[in-house]
Design a binder for this molecule. Structure first.
Ligand SMILES: [Zn+2]
Length: 489
């Protein structure tokens, strides 16, 4: 039976337009999903939008629209973003969908029947932008620690989830399972915070109408975070076949929502008796040293960048430049540099020169030969696989490109324009066969380019198991296409 893998991004708040940070999360998740497919997994990749809550309700009011219309429109923009970025998702789920509401109802009933939900009164400080309650201790100078904005004082009837009951189990999982939360720094941060006793969690809002009614007290709505997290189960049609096939999950999230995923989500799952997911935390993108933020007007439009430099140049830049798991910087100057040097000069040039020579010197057909043994040694596939397993995406990509450079070096050394006969045939075969393998390895990172290379080379896209030398069939007809990357000034 085929191995399965379920991966998700966090779902985005459709309260306004996206920025490069949203694009980044989708691109890294897409890269991991595609890599797993290369490894032969049956992958299920989900993304979507988090449509309920006070923040959306107010944004819709401000736009003069019904909230359901408002979230549909903005969700369409997020779908467009995925299309432009070539995101290979299997599901785009909105939390307003019936299938999601059904699962939220089912799950809250289960937890309630188990005795893990009780009625009470809540008093606390609410940040609408986070849709999160804070204790006095959490606030910084009386303001939300993330948004640096005044919070709203809330006192209302509430239902609570017995989060404290699962603290011990959660800590055990974090300690015993190194993949539970990555990178390790984040795991230690959460473990540290879990030294303090966990409080029970309010899971409802009394006065927020734009939400899912609580199944056992319809006067209240389900708190937006609880509602949103359950999307990871509704996308899999919990508890049915798809869920059984693909769970547990790997969630890719930003570092501002680690607590929600690691503590709130996992304790809910512990109450339900569902195996816990792995959480992968990516860093933020900074612009001139400042965190991108819609709210604060520090923003870069990923669609404009993709249009200007190509989607693959943008994907490549983000994946190569930012050490995965850490914060990184964005600048157009750095993007141009990588585009010109690595994509155009190294990769584009390699493919172009090789195909030109095969057309000119071998009549456009792959000659019968074997790949040069010394060139074969320059590809360290084990290292690339290890880097991907260790989630060092940027290092994996660097290693693939070190083989691209080795191939260019190989041309310079062999000087095929001076070669003849068997020697020439071997050089040409070696190059074409290497490019075939490079194209497979690059597919998760820059899929459109990989597709173009395959087309020029006259081959179908392969899997990781096809990254062996000498698999390219002789007499395969190549056809040089337009150059892969144009340099920019
Ligand atoms: Zn906030």
């Amino acid at each position: 039976m085929q191995k399965t893998f379920f991966i998700s991004t966090a779902i985005d708040y459709p309260s306004g337009i996206f920025h490069l940070g949203h694009a980044y999360e989708k691109i890294v998740t897409d890269t991991i999903a595609r890599w797993k497919r290369l490894e032969g997994y049956k992958v299920y990749f989900s993304t979507g939008t988090d449509c309920h809550g006070l923040k959306i309700q107010r944004a819709a009011e401000k736009a003069g629209k019904e909230p359901n219309v408002f979230v549909e429109e903005i969700s369409d923009l997020f779908r467009d973003l995925c299309k432009v970025l070539n995101i290979s998702y299997d599901d785009f789920i909105m939390t307003t969908e019936k299938r999601h509401v059904k699962v939220v109802n089912e799950i809250l009933k289960k937890i309630h029947e188990k005795g893990d939900i009780y009625e009470g009164e809540y008093e606390g400080n609410y940040c609408v932008d986070c849709e999160t309650f804070y204790t006095e201790k959490d606030l910084v100078n009386g303001k939300c620690p993330t948004h640096k904005k005044e919070t709203e004082r809330v006192k209302e009837k509430s239902y609570f989830f017995k989060m404290s009951k699962y603290q011990k189990k959660l800590v055990e999982d974090l300690k015993n399972n190194p993949n539970s939360l990555w990178p390790e720094k984040k795991r230690n941060e959460i473990l540290n915070r879990l030294k303090e006793p966990l409080k029970d969690l309010t899971i409802t809002r009394e006065k927020v109408t734009w939400g899912i009614p609580l199944p056992f007290d319809k006067n209240l709505t389900v708190a937006v975070w609880v509602d949103a997290l359950i999307d990871y189960l509704s996308t899999l049609d919990y508890p049915n076949e798809k869920f059984k096939k693909f769970w547990p999950a790997t969630h890719v999230i930003g570092s501002d929502i680690v607590w929600h995923h690691e503590v709130i989500w996992k304790t809910l799952l512990l109450s339900l008796g569902i195996p816990l997911p792995n959480v992968i935390v990516h860093g933020f993108i900074n612009l001139k040293g400042e965190k991108l933020s819609k709210a604060r007007g520090i923003t870069v439009d990923p669609i404009k960048l993709a249009e200007k430099y190509s989607t693959d140049a943008l994907r490549y830049f983000l994946l190569r430049e930012i050490p995965f798991g850490q914060d990184g910087n964005f600048s157009e100057a750095a993007l141009k540099l990588r585009l010109n040097n690595e994509l155009a000069n190294e990769l584009g040039n390699l493919v172009n020169r090789s195909l030109v020579m095969i057309e000119k010197k071998a009549g456009g057909k792959i000659p019968a030969s074997k790949t040069d043994a010394s060139l074969q040694k320059k590809l360290d596939l084990k290292k690339i696989e290890k880097k991907m397993n260790d989630l060092e995406l940027h290092h994996a990509l660097a290693e693939i490109f070190s083989f691209v450079s080795a191939c260019n070096q190989f041309i310079n050394e062999k000087e095929p324009w001076k070669q003849k006969g068997k020697d020439l045939e071997q050089t040409l075969y070696s190059l074409a066969d290497s490019i075939r393998i490079i194209s497979i390895l690059l597919q998760p990172f820059i899929p459109e380019t990989s597709k173009k290379i395959n087309k020029q080379l006259g081959v179908k896209s392969g899997l990781l198991k096809d990254c062996k030398f000498d698999l390219l069939k002789e007499r395969t007809k190549v056809k040089k296409g337009e150059i892969l990357f144009k340099k920019v000034e």
